[in-house]
Each structure stands twice: as C-alpha cells, then as structure tokens.
Ligand binder design. Structure first.
Ligand SMILES: Cc1ncc(COP(=O)(O)O)c(C=O)c1O
Length: 388
C-alpha cells in the first residue's frame, strides 16, 4: 500500500541546495564552497558554557518562550544594538533557529489564500514555508543591473487585495546584497501604505561590511508591523546548536508561542545557556570572524572578476553570486561539470529561484587557502570549457 502524501507536502520541492549536495556526498577531495555555514567552530567560551550546563545537570525543559534570563539578555541586546525596546515577557520568543521562527511567523499570521511577497533570488525555505501554511508566495524578481534589490515600486506593483506580508532578508542569502537606511525608508513607506506585515530575516546583520546595519523595525511606523527574526547560527558560528529568536508585538508572539508550545515545546536548555554566553561575551569573536570574512570577500570578488566571472561586491553575509552567463552553460550544468572536472562544489543559482539562472553561489565561509585553490581550479575549468 502506498500512503497518500498531503497536497502541501506534495507541492513543495526538495531544497535545491540539498539536491545538489547529494551529488557531492561520497566524492573525495572536493573543495566545497557550497554550504552556508561558518567554517569556524563555536568560540570556546560559548562551548564551555554548554559543557558546564551539562556537567551541572541542566537537562530539563525550560519555559516555552525560553529562559527568562535569555529573553532578558535578548531584550537588552536589541535595546543596545538598535534602541528597540521589546518586553522580554511578551514580545520575545526563543526558537529553533530562524528556520522555526519564520515558520511560526507565517503560520501565526497567514491564512489560506493570503499572498506573501518574496524577493527573488530568495533563501530556499521561504516559498515552501508560505505554501505549507496555505499561503501563496508571490515572487518579486530583482535584477543584477539594479544590484539585486527590490524597490518600493516593485512592492507596489505586486500588491493585491490579498497581500498580507513581505519576507525581507538582508544581508541576503544568496546575493550578499543589503539595504541602506534610506533604501529601507522608501520600502517602509509602501509597506505601511499597503498595511503589510514584514518578516525581517536579519540573520546576517552582524556580517555587514561597509556600513552599519539598520533594522527595518527601527523605522517610524514599522515596529508594530515587523516580525524581527535573528539567531546565533551565523555570527556566532552556532549552526548546530539550533537556536534563534523572534521579537514582535505581543499578539503575534502570543500566537507564535501557542504553535511553538504544541510542536517544539522549548529550545534545548544547553543551547539557551550557551546563547546567553554568546550575547554576554561573544562580541570579540564575532568581530574576529567578521574581519576574516571581509578579507576573503575582497579576495573572492577580485579573483572571480579576474578569471572572467563578473561579480558584484556583496555588502554582507558570506556569499558571492557571480554570473556564469558568458560560459553559455546553465547554472546546473556549470556546477555539475565543475564538480566532476575539478572537484569544486558551488550551488547553482537556480536553487534560489529561476532568476538565479546564469549565476552560481559561492560561499566564502571556507579557509582562504581552500578558496585560492578553488579559484585556480575554476580558472582551469573556464579555459577548458571556453565557448567556441
Ligand atoms: C537567510 C537565512 N535565513 C535563515 C537561515 C536558517 O538559520 P537557522 O540556522 O537560524 O535556522 C539561513 C541559513 O542558511 C539563512 O541563510
């Protein structure tokens, strides 16, 4: 007997990144510039706090919303970072990464048939998450000539009576593009005009290289309609601890907490204690890792341009998104051939939506030595596969 799969689960595709990385599995000596994960281990003081928690028998559930002390720390952190005040009792929820936070945010606010705007290229989970709660993702295509950014006009053009929300992500995965305060202001105007909610995935905010990151929640009229999503995975190199958080108006956190209660209960206490240490004493490590990513960014961008793959300079995160159009190959063909001929793994741009055709995503969360070797293999690859 074959068990019938639900309509929603049937509709969503498997992650384009994972599909590609199934090919990589089992191959030897591959240099992977594929996964979006820091190559650093979690700083020692944070790991030690996790060990201490276990040694001292911290093995229980916590409050559904997360440890009071952690929520207090997050509240303080947001106040210091942005001047934003969130009540730790009612306006902050600790989640299993931004992944869970986004899922909860959508399920708490979107009804079947509601439309959710998603700028493209997008982080792989956005479309499927919208579909899983019965919503309809409406993709806003960006273009390289406009720096892969959406404008107020783009939002305006895609709004209908059914538009409920927009998912923003900056610095962006996969393009590395971010938004300045004045760009955000112009987006905010139209977001307010159409009475939209913003799910603002700012997980890479601490990895902004050329200017200070602005949270859209800080702009006039935006706090009340912003669901701010952040986590520890990227800046603190804590992907495996599975911890993030969300701050939003009380009624939204209340609804999200109910879903979280029945599905997750709470984030592991060890991770929560480690996250406290990250917020208290993690700044220096974040600065050091950021400096190293920035150094790699300078190298990657100029090396890619030098070997003939046009690449804009990413403003944040740890991704470069060069064009491979002049090779005449599709993103998938380029990535597959590069992997088989030179054992370098990158992600085809199409994993982030059809607009990614003609691009690849390169993660520079890998050592500079690895990156240099990968670039020299790519150069050889390009010479061998020159369009005739
Ligand atoms: C833009 C973006 N949002 C969310 C996530 C998931 O983060 P977390 O580990 O906090 O679930 C990622 C991970 O790659 C990401 O790139």
């Amino acid at each position: 007997m074959t068990i019938k799969i639900s309509k929603y689960a049937n509709t969503i595709p498997p992650s384009g990144i994972r599909v590609f990385f199934d090919l990589v599995m089992g191959m030897k000596d591959v240099i992977s510039l594929g996964v979006g994960e820091p190559d650093f281990v979690t700083p020692w003081n944070i790991r030690e706090t996790g060990i201490y928690a276990l040694e001292n028998g911290y093995t229980s559930y916590t409050s559904n919303k997360g440890l009071v002390e952690l929520r207090q720390d997050i509240s303080k952190h947001l106040k210091q970072k942005y001047g934003l005040r969130y009540d730790y009792e009612n306006e902050i929820l600790v989640t299993v990464g931004v992944s869970e936070a986004l899922d909860l945010a959508l399920r708490a606010t979107v009804d079947p048939g509601d439309e959710v705007l998603v700028p493209e290229p997008y982080y792989v989970s956005y479309g499927p998450n919208v579909i899983l709660c019965g919503g309809k993702p409406v993709f806003i295509k960006t273009s390289p000539d406009r720096g892969f950014k959406i404008t107020a006009k783009d939002i305006e053009r895609h709004c209908t009576k059914k538009t409920r929300a927009i998912i923003l992500n900056y610095p962006n995965n996969p393009t590395g593009v971010s938004y300045s305060k004045s760009e955000l202001k112009s987006l905010a105007k139209v977001i307010i005009k159409h009475d939209l909610i913003v799910m603002s995935d700012e997980i890479y905010c601490d990895l902004t290289y050329d200017y200070a990151h602005t949270s859209i929640a800080t702009l006039p009229g935006m706090r009340e309609r912003t669901i701010y999503l952040n986590g520890f995975s990227k800046a603190y190199a804590m992907t495996g601890w599975r911890i993030g958080y969300v701050s939003a108006p009380e009624n939204i956190i209340y609804a999200m907490t109910k879903i979280h209660q029945y599905t997750i209960m709470c984030v592991p206490i060890i991770s929560q204690m480690a996250a406290r240490e990250a917020l208290k004493n993690g700044d220096r490590s974040v600065r050091e890792m950021k400096r190293e990513y920035k150094r790699r960014r300078e190298y990657v961008v100029s090396a890619l341009n030098e070997i003939g793959l046009t690449c804009h300079k990413p403003e944040g995160a740890f991704y470069a998104f060069p064009s491979i159009k002049n090779t005449g190959l599709s993103s998938m063909e380029f990535s597959k051939r590069l992997l088989s001929q030179e054992k370098v793994a990158v992600v085809p741009g199409t994993a982030f939506g059809p607009i990614g055709e003609g691009y690849i995503r390169i993660s520079y969360a890998s050592s500079l030595d690895n990156i240099k070797e990968a670039i020299s293999r790519m150069k050889r690859f390009l010479e061998r596969n020159k369009k005739r």
